[in-house]
Design a protein around this ligand. Structure first.
Ligand code: F6P
Length: 322
């Protein structure tokens, strides 16, 4: 391998820059050239390529977002779009790829790697943590810390006003952000898509919880089966008109900010491992970390989307909210 192309795709995640840095620096370490590709698959199709060196990744390990920019590409979903992308890679002498992103990115990478003779490996970069083949994804740790910071602040005002707050967090169709942040912020209840929501049971939990504590926090994953925080808020208001209920959607603040130490270290480890994997002949695999060891998971397994929820976590919330 002489020239590795690196790109970020899909939703950005804190730590993506640390991953880019690790790919660039380790490639240089091993005597391989690196080409940066801007705006993910879209930029690949449009030929947005540039040579990267040691200095192009200076002073980025601590920055959120992605210096390579990102996009979700409709064109790459078509065989014609993928052929254009391949032609651009050939034209620029790129002979291997490191894709940094989530399930959409790897679904594309999987098809591309099978259609064309180009080794592709992936790094798990998404705040959602919804990939198999890694204990954690790059960006998840920072995002959950951003959430608990925000919920701590909401709790202050909830407490002052004796209010019920229904707080919606991201995660697409995964409840993993809600699950951990619910525990860590001391929420009264968590609503996640992985377990069926029983509105009556939820209301009961709020009503029969501590009588001396009128402020309550419910963390809702955006992909829940009720229809989001506003819908849950509506049910709670209907059932308990005497509660002063507010809804707060945290939104895209969860995607930004300085990556945490955990995300920087994870990104650095898998970034170096990706370059080493390509050198060793790996292809069509996501590089993750399982039980603190580097792991290699075929793309089609990584994006299977059935990361299991530990039921003990939900029980924890119930036990600790008494
Ligand atoms: O996959 C990351 C994520 O932030 C999800 O949690 C969320 O559902 C989605 O991206 C939002 O996407 P966009 O920024 O395109 O609205």
């Amino acid at each position: 391998i002489k020239n590795i192309g690196v790109f970020t795709s899909g939703g950005d995640a804190p730590g993506m820059n640390a991953a880019i840095r690790a790919v660039v620096r380790s490639a240089i370490y091993y005597g391989i050239n690196v080409t940066g590709i801007r705006r993910g698959y879209e930029g690949m199709i449009n030929g947005e390529f540039f040579a990267m060196d040691r200095k192009s990744v200076s002073n980025i390990i601590q920055r959120g977002g992605t210096i390579l920019k990102t996009a979700r590409s409709e064109q790459f979903r078509t065989p014609e779009g993928r052929k254009l992308a391949y032609d651009q890679l050939k034209k620029h002498g790129v002979d291997a790829l490191v894709a940094i992103g989530g399930d959409g990115t790897f679904t594309g990478a999987h098809i591309f790697g099978e259609e064309f003779d180009i080794p592709v490996v992936g790094l798990p970069g998404t705040i959602d943590n919804d990939l198999l083949g890694t204990d954690f994804t790059i960006g998840y740790d920072t995002a959950i810390n951003t959430v608990i910071d925000a919920v701590d602040k909401i709790r202050d005002t909830a407490e002052s006003h004796d209010r019920v707050f229904i707080v919606e967090v991201m995660g697409r169709d995964s409840g993993l952000i809600a699950l951990r942040t619910g525990i860590a912020s001391g929420a009264e209840a968590i609503v996640i898509p992985e377990s069926k929501t029983n509105i009556d049971a939820l209301c009961e939990r709020l009503e029969h919880g501590r009588k001396d504590k009128l402020s309550k926090i419910v963390i809702v994953a955006e992909g829940d089966d009720v229809g989001g925080a506003f819908e849950i808020g509506r049910h709670v208001k209907e059932r308990f008109p005497h509660y002063d209920t507010r809804v707060s959607i945290l939104g895209h603040i969860q995607r930004g900010g300085r990556p945490s130490c955990m995300d920087r270290v994870l990104a650095s480890r898998v970034g170096v491992a990706a370059v080493e994997a390509l050198k060793d002949g790996h292809r069509n695999e996501m590089i993750g970390v399982i039980h603190n060891e580097i792991s290699y998971t075929p793309f089609e397994h990584a994006c299977k989307h059935n990361v299991e929820i530990n039921p003990n976590f939900l029980k924890l919330v119930e036990i600790l909210a008494i």
